[in-house]
Design a protein around this ligand. Structure first.
Ligand SMILES: [Zn+2]
Length: 85
Protein backbone atom coordinates (compact mmCIF):
# COMPACT_ATOMS: atom_id res chain seq x y z
CA UNK A 1 0.00 0.00 0.00
CA UNK A 2 1.26 3.45 -0.85
CA UNK A 3 1.36 6.12 1.82
CA UNK A 4 -0.41 9.29 0.94
CA UNK A 5 1.55 12.24 2.23
CA UNK A 6 0.51 14.74 -0.42
CA UNK A 7 -2.68 15.58 1.37
CA UNK A 8 -2.67 19.37 1.58
CA UNK A 9 -5.48 21.56 2.77
CA UNK A 10 -6.23 24.98 4.18
CA UNK A 11 -6.84 25.74 7.84
CA UNK A 12 -10.36 27.01 8.30
CA UNK A 13 -9.28 29.17 11.26
CA UNK A 14 -6.25 31.02 9.93
CA UNK A 15 -6.21 30.24 6.21
CA UNK A 16 -2.70 28.80 6.24
CA UNK A 17 -1.68 25.77 4.25
CA UNK A 18 -1.74 22.58 6.26
CA UNK A 19 -0.75 19.02 5.62
CA UNK A 20 -3.05 16.22 6.74
CA UNK A 21 -1.09 13.36 8.25
CA UNK A 22 -2.91 10.09 8.66
CA UNK A 23 -2.42 8.87 12.19
CA UNK A 24 -1.98 5.28 13.30
CA UNK A 25 -5.44 5.59 14.82
CA UNK A 26 -6.83 6.29 11.34
CA UNK A 27 -7.64 9.91 12.15
CA UNK A 28 -6.15 12.77 10.16
CA UNK A 29 -4.10 15.37 12.02
CA UNK A 30 -3.53 18.85 10.56
CA UNK A 31 0.19 19.66 10.62
CA UNK A 32 2.38 22.45 9.37
CA UNK A 33 3.77 21.45 5.96
CA UNK A 34 7.32 22.24 7.06
CA UNK A 35 9.34 19.18 8.05
CA UNK A 36 11.36 19.52 11.23
CA UNK A 37 14.02 17.52 13.02
CA UNK A 38 13.31 16.30 16.52
CA UNK A 39 15.19 14.75 19.39
CA UNK A 40 13.58 12.72 22.15
CA UNK A 41 15.03 13.82 25.49
CA UNK A 42 16.38 11.28 27.96
CA UNK A 43 13.56 12.09 30.38
CA UNK A 44 11.15 11.09 27.63
CA UNK A 45 9.14 14.30 27.53
CA UNK A 46 9.93 17.15 25.19
CA UNK A 47 8.54 20.64 24.74
CA UNK A 48 6.82 19.95 21.45
CA UNK A 49 4.25 17.50 20.24
CA UNK A 50 5.59 16.04 17.03
CA UNK A 51 3.85 13.87 14.51
CA UNK A 52 6.29 11.53 12.85
CA UNK A 53 6.12 10.71 9.18
CA UNK A 54 4.60 7.32 9.97
CA UNK A 55 1.75 8.80 11.97
CA UNK A 56 2.89 8.44 15.58
CA UNK A 57 2.52 11.27 18.09
CA UNK A 58 5.56 11.81 20.26
CA UNK A 59 6.77 14.31 22.82
CA UNK A 60 10.17 15.64 21.78
CA UNK A 61 12.25 18.76 21.34
CA UNK A 62 12.63 20.47 18.01
CA UNK A 63 16.25 20.59 16.88
CA UNK A 64 17.96 22.52 14.12
CA UNK A 65 21.20 20.57 13.86
CA UNK A 66 22.37 17.15 12.72
CA UNK A 67 21.68 15.48 16.05
CA UNK A 68 18.03 14.82 15.30
CA UNK A 69 16.56 11.43 16.10
CA UNK A 70 14.19 11.74 13.19
CA UNK A 71 12.00 13.92 11.04
CA UNK A 72 8.42 14.86 11.63
CA UNK A 73 5.84 17.61 11.66
CA UNK A 74 4.48 20.02 14.25
CA UNK A 75 0.75 19.86 14.86
CA UNK A 76 -0.88 22.87 13.26
CA UNK A 77 -3.00 23.37 16.39
CA UNK A 78 0.18 24.25 18.28
CA UNK A 79 0.91 27.22 16.03
CA UNK A 80 -2.48 28.21 14.59
CA UNK A 81 -3.10 31.91 15.07
CA UNK A 82 -6.74 31.90 14.11
CA UNK A 83 -8.09 29.64 16.84
CA UNK A 84 -8.06 32.02 19.79
CA UNK A 85 -11.72 32.98 19.63
ZN1 LIG B 1 -4.75 27.54 11.52
Amino acid sequence: MKANFANFGTCKYCGKRILWIKMKSGKNMPCNPEMIGYRIPKEGKGKDTIITTDGAVISADRVYDDNADGIGYISHFATCEGKKA
